[in-house]
Ligand binder design. Structure first.
Ligand code: AKG
Length: 276
């Protein structure tokens, strides 16, 4: 049924789009996120879950155990799973993911990061439970998306397991709103395992608290336009000043592996617990 209105016009939609795509694109534009339930085959979800459990164990052991990861805010996270198990490329090549990426970011889009997020059971804390953007430390807004997150749920997201909580339309405003606004408007996602939760990377969100008795797992693949990349990799000469090192861009160069990422983070944060 067409809803009645007066004095209003509708933005044109692409008549060739399937209904799910029109709905997802409109939600992404207006509220900053969209939920696509049951987007993945159950057998793939099971395989991804087992692979993520294995990688979490392996990466945690390589990093010196969970206490070492807690110290640098890295516990319960699997970095770049697609670099260690090709199964995770199925989330990058998934036709629904690809359709939205191509439409909103275009053919030059690249994967900026892929992370497994394992929310611990029984209400324990996790680094991703604080409000953040997936392009963090940015207090400005863009008129069209430059990066999109695709959270694939490997377990049900609901009030008990702590589905991701979004601040609707926060991709449209530079700053995090007040606590009162957050309490009034935050929206927790309910979705079965195998869903895709798609969001503009500038939409503020946080992982919910998992009060169930089992870990709650998801994989977040972040795609973005290849913005402001160096044309040639520049290395500052031996003995260069801190300024030259900073300007060379070496601090922000992509890590070679999950272990390299953690070694750099360890060097930067030491024992500080509050780093991002
Ligand atoms: O797992 C979640 O609910 C949230 C994950 C998250 O915040 C992130 O990957 O940026």
């Amino acid at each position: 049924m067409v809803e009645q209105s007066y004095g209003a016009t509708r933005a044109a939609q692409n008549p060739g789009d399937p209904g799910w795509l029109s709905e997802a694109l409109e939600s992404l534009e207006r509220v900053g996120f969209a939920v696509l339930p049951d987007a993945l085959e159950p057998s793939l979800v099971t395989q991804l879950g087992s692979a993520l459990d294995r990688l979490l164990q392996e990466q945690t052991a390589r990093a010196g155990g969970d206490d070492a990861l807690q110290a640098i805010g890295e516990s319960g996270q699997v970095r770049a799973p697609c670099c260690e198990d090709s199964l995770f490329w199925s989330l990058i090549e998934h036709p629904v993911v690809d359709c939205i990426v191509e439409r909103l970011l275009g053919p030059a889009a690249i994967v900026l990061q892929q992370n497994g997020v394992v929310m611990p059971a029984a209400g324990q804390r996790h680094q991703q439970q604080r409000w953040h953007r997936d392009l963090p430390y940015q207090s400005w807004v863009n008129s069209a998306p430059i990066a999109l997150g695709f959270l694939c749920t490997l377990d049900p997201f609901n009030g008990e397991s702590g589905g991701t909580t979004f601040l609707p339309a926060s991709h449209r405003f530079p700053h995090l709103p007040s606590d009162a606004f957050i309490r009034g408007w935050e929206h927790g996602v309910d979705a079965p395992a195998g869903s895709l939760v798609v969001f503009d990377a500038m939409t503020f969100h946080r992982g919910g608290t998992n009060r169930s008795n089992a870990p709650r797992r998801a994989v977040n693949t972040l795609f973005g336009i290849p913005l402001l990349a160096q044309q040639v990799t520049l290395d500052a000469p031996a003995g260069a000043s801190p300024l030259a090192v900073r300007r060379s861009g070496s601090t922000y160069r992509p890590a070679d592996s999950a272990d390299d990422y953690r070694a750099r983070r360890q060097a930067r944060l030491g024992k500080a617990k509050d780093g991002q």
